[in-house]
Design a protein around this ligand. Structure first.
Ligand code: AMP
Length: 195
């Protein structure tokens, strides 16, 4: 281990719908021993539980649009304040736009911490559509897939430059076998710190 390298325990994964982000986030969280914080999963659980939050977000999720920033800020602030997230976390699905990225920076500042690395999964659009059509989830109908991809392109992709400017961005080719993607992600993490 390189003594000069800092431990990597606060990670963010960014990737379009169908990039394998959720699968990779689960592997990495296990490998690094930090909780995966997936806002999509949290919202789907809220919908399944018929909670007030679930009732509020259900139709928005079904349309492929984004839930409002204020609601998401509350969800994430609360989750990152929980005990298991104090020594690290792997965020998946938040932030989704530049406003949320600024909100996250504020939340982390109040917790006196910051992101160590932002991992972006890069997958060609034709492959994303092919994969999405092969999946069966409620929000995976063709028009919803297009909406989700367009939301990603217009609102989420600007995060790539945002985090590149902050010097914490790593891009990984997500168009490879699942194991190879995991290995590439771990490789990027080891390049910048101890794991
Ligand atoms: P995901 O599983 O990350 O693709 O999220 C599924 C859906 O949940 C999205 O299409 C949005 O409707 C909603 N969602 C998840 N995370 C966010 C977020 N950070 N901001 C707004 N909406 C979100």
């Amino acid at each position: 281990m390189d003594a000069a390298k800092q431990p990597i325990s606060r990670l963010l994964m960014v990737g379009p719908p169908g990039s394998g982000k959720g699968t990779q986030a689960a592997f990495l969280s296990e490998a690094l021993g930090v909780p995966a914080v997936s806002t999509g999963e949290m919202l789907r659980s809220a919908v399944a539980a018929r909670s007030a939050l679930g009732e509020r977000v259900e139709s928005i999720m079904q349309s492929g649009a984004l839930v409002d920033d204020e609601t998401m800020a509350q969800v994430v602030q609360q989750r990152l304040g929980e005990a298991d997230a104090q020594s690290g976390f792997l965020l998946d699905g938040y932030p989704r736009n530049l406003g949320q990225a600024e909100t996250l920076a504020g939340i982390l500042e109040r917790l006196e911490t910051q992101l160590d690395i932002v991992l972006v999964l890069d997958v060609p659009e034709e492959e994303l559509i092919r994969r999405a059509l092969a999946r069966k989830r409620d929000d995976d109908k063709v028009e919803v897939i297009r909406e989700r991809l367009s939301v990603y392109k217009n609102k989420t992709e600007p995060l790539i430059d945002y985090y590149r400017d902050r010097g914490i961005l790593s891009m990984v080719d997500g168009f490879q076998a699942v194991d190879s993607v995991t290995a590439a992600l771990l490789g990027e993490i080891r390049k910048v710190g101890q794991v």
